[in-house]
Design a binder for this molecule. Structure first.
Ligand code: URP
Ligand code: ZN
Ligand code: ZN
Ligand code: ZN
Length: 509
C-alpha cells in the first residue's frame, strides 16, 4: 500500500498503511486506575479479540500478550463524540476533514467513536445513507450515524423506518435554522417527532429560529455590518432560547424524548432545565466551543482569525461558557459533543465580504477530551467518574449501545484510553492532526494527556503515531428504544384515560 492517506498531518509507519495492525489481539493493561461512570479502582484490564475479558487486580497471562503499564494513570472508556460532520457538503463546499483525517485526529485525542450526521441526497434517506457508507470506507475507528430530515412526505416517513429497522440509525436531526437549505417547518417537526416516537428513534433539534435569523442577517447587512461579528449579532441567544422552548413544547405535546444539540446559550440551557424539572425527557448537549470559548474572537480585525470562530448557534459572549459548565456539572446538561465541522482558511474566505457566506463550523474532535478534562476536572467542577460519564458513558446510553460501549466491564468492546493526569497538553494548528489550517483552541495548554488510544482491543494511537490504517474502522449499529423511551407508553395510556371521563359524560347527557 502506498502512503496515500498520510496527508492528514498524521505520522504513521509505512507498515501500518497495509490495512493490518502490528499489535497482538491479546492485550493486558496493568496497574492503572480503571474509571467507569459508576466507580473507580486500581485494576488490570485484559482484552482478547477486541473484547474485555477480565477486570481485576494481578491478572497473569502468557507471553504472546501486548503489555501496557498504566501505573499512576487512568484507564478510561474511549471518548464517544455524539456530534461530528466529516466530509459533509455544506454552504457550497465540503468539510476539509474526511472519515480518515477526522478520525485520526479523534484517536490522537482519545476519542474512539463518533456519531456523524448523514445528510439525505435529494431528500432520499437511503441514498444519503449509501453516500455516507461510501465516504466512511476509509474509517479507522468506530462510527455511527444520525440522519437529518430535511423534507417531509410518505417516502421520507417510509425511509425512516428502513433506517431504524435495517440500517442501525436510531436518531434523526431536525434543523430549525438554515432557511432556504436545511430548515424545516413546525408542521414537519410535528410529523417528524410523531414518526420518531413510533419507531423508538430519538428526535434531535438544531434549535434556532431560522426565520428570525434571516431577519437578523438582513438587519446587519442593512447596517453595513458584513464581517464575522455580524454572524453573532444576527442570531442572538433569544432566538436559540425561542426555538429550544418551541421544540421542547412540541416534543411534550407528542410525548417523545428530545435531544437538543449544541446548546450554546443560557437561554437554551434554562429551557432545558425547566423541562427536565417538570419531568420531561430532554437531553442537552453542550459542545466544547460553547463551554470554553467566548465570542471575542469574532471581533478580531484579521478576517481569517475571526472567521474560524463562525459556527451556529454562535459562540456567545463571556458568561454563557461558565453557565454551561455549571449546568454540565450539575446534570442539567448531560454529555459533551464537538460539532467538529472544519473548513480551512480558503473556504472560510468565501465570506470575506459577507458573513452569511462564511461556512459555519469549528474543530474539536481532537481537543474535546483534553479540554473537558482541563476545564471541568482540573478546575474541581466534576469528578473523574463524571468525566467518563459526560465524554463516553451517557452518550452510549442515550444512543443505546451501553454497556458494549462507554464502559470498562467484562464483555464490553475494548475501546480504552490510558490518560496521564500528570502530563500536559498544548493545542496548536501546526501540530494538530486535522487537515484544517487553523484551530479555534490554538495556544491552549492544560493538564492531562491521552497517551494511548485503544480501539476494539488494538492500539490505535501511541507515541504520537497512528497505528491503524484507513479501512480498519467499524460501523456501529444503534438499536431503537433507548432508556429514554421507558415509560412513554404508560404516560400515553394515562393521557388517553384522562380524555375518557369527560368524553363519556358528554355523550351520556
Ligand atoms: O456551525 C455548525 N454548527 N455547522 C455544522 C452544522 C450544524 O448546524 O450542526
Ligand atoms: Zn505520514
Ligand atoms: Zn446544527
Ligand atoms: Zn452540527
Amino acid at each position: 500500500q502506498s502512503n496515500q492517506f498520510c496527508d492528514a498531518g498524521v505520522k504513521y509507519s509505512e507498515s501500518t498503511c497495509g490495512f493490518s495492525s502490528t499489535s497482538s489481539s491479546k492485550l493486558l493493561i496493568k496497574g492503572g486506575t480503571v474509571v467507569n461512570a459508576h466507580n473507580q479502582e486500581v485494576s488490570d484490564v485484559y482484552v482478547e479479540d477486541g473484547i474485555i475479558v477480565a477486570v481485576r487486580p494481578n491478572i497473569k497471562v502468557d507471553e504472546d500478550v501486548t503489555l501496557l503499564d498504566a501505573t499512576g494513570k487512568y484507564v478510561m472508556p474511549g471518548g464517544i463524540d455524539p456530534h461530528t460532520h466529516l466530509a459533509m457538503e455544506f454552504m457550497g463546499t465540503e468539510t476539509i476533514d474526511d472519515f480518515f483525517s477526522g478520525q485520526a485526529a479523534a484517536l490522537a485525542g482519545g476519542t474512539t467513536m463518533h456519531i456523524d450526521f448523514v445528510i439525505p441526497v435529494n431528500g432520499s434517506l437511503v441514498a444519503g445513507f449509501e453516500a455516507y457508507k461510501s465516504k466512511a470506507k476509509k474509517s479507522c475507528m468506530n462510527y455511527g450515524f444520525h440522519m437529518a430530515i430535511t423534507k417531509w412526505d410518505e417516502s421520507v416517513s417510509r425511509e425512516m423506518e428502513i433506517m431504524v429497522k435495517e440500517k442501525g440509525i436510531n436518531s434523526f436531526k431536525f434543523f430549525m435554522a438554515y432557511k432556504g437549505s436545511l430548515m424545516i417547518s413546525d408542521e414537519l417537526l410535528l410529523q417528524g417527532f410523531k414518526r420518531c416516537k413510533s419507531l423508538g428513534a430519538l428526535a434531535m433539534v438544531h434549535a434556532e429560529n431560522g426565520d428570525a435569523v434571516f431577519e437578523g442577517q438582513n438587519r446587519m447587512i442593512d447596517l453595513g455590518i458584513t464581517g464575522p461579528e455580524g454572524h453573532a449579532l444576527s442570531r442572538p441567544p433569544v432566538l436559540e432560547g425561542e426555538a429550544t422552548a418551541r421544540a421542547i413544547r412540541l416534543a411534550k405535546f407528542v410525548n417523545t424524548p428530545l435531544y437538543v444539540v449544541h446548546v450554546m446559550s443560557i437561554d437554551a440551557m434554562e429551557e432545558i432545565s425547566k423541562a427536565r424539572k417538570s419531568g420531561q425527557k430532554v437531553v442537552g448537549e453542550p459542545v466544547v466551543s460553547g463551554l470554553v470559548l467566548n465570542d471575542s474572537g469574532l471581533w478580531n480585525p484579521d478576517f481569517i482569525t475571526a472567521a474560524k470562530y463562525v459556527m451556529s448557534p454562535p459562540i456567545r459572549e463571556a458568561g454563557h461558557d461558565k453557565a454551561l459548565q455549571a449546568a454540565l456539572s450539575t446534570g442539567v446538561l448531560q454529555l459533551v459533543g464537538t460539532d467538529h465541522c472544519t473548513f480551512n482558511s480558503t473556504q472560510k474566505s468565501f465570506g470575506i465580504d459577507d458573513f452569511r457566506k462564511i461556512p459555519n463550523g469549528v474543530n474539536g474532535i481532537e481537543e474535546r477530551m483534553h479540554l473537558v478534562w482541563d476545564t471541568m476536572v482540573e478546575s474541581g467542577q466534576i469528578s473523574v467518574t463524571d468525566f467518563v460519564r459526560i465524554t463516553s458513558t451517557e452518550c452510549a446510553r442515550v444512543f443505546n449501545i451501553y454497556p458494549r460501549k462507554g464502559a470498562i466491564l467484562v464483555g464490553s468492546d475494548a475501546d480504552i484510553i490510558i490518560f496521564n493526569p500528570n502530563s500536559s497538553f498544548e493545542v496548536s494548528a501546526r501540530t494538530h492532526h486535522s487537515r484544517t489550517d487553523t484551530n479555534v483552541y490554538d495556544g491552549r495548554k492544560g493538564k492531562g494527556k491521552v497517551e494511548v488510544t485503544i480501539v476494539r482491543g488494538r492500539v490505535a494511537w501511541q507515541d504520537d503515531e497512528l497505528k491503524v490504517a484507513p479501512g480498519s474502522g467499524k460501523y456501529i449499529e444503534m438499536p431503537p428504544f433507548s432508556y429514554l423511551f421507558d415509560g412513554i407508553d404508560k404516560a400515553d395510556a394515562k393521557y388517553l384515560s384522562s380524555l375518557q371521563a369527560p368524553v363519556k359524560r358528554f355523550s351520556a347527557s
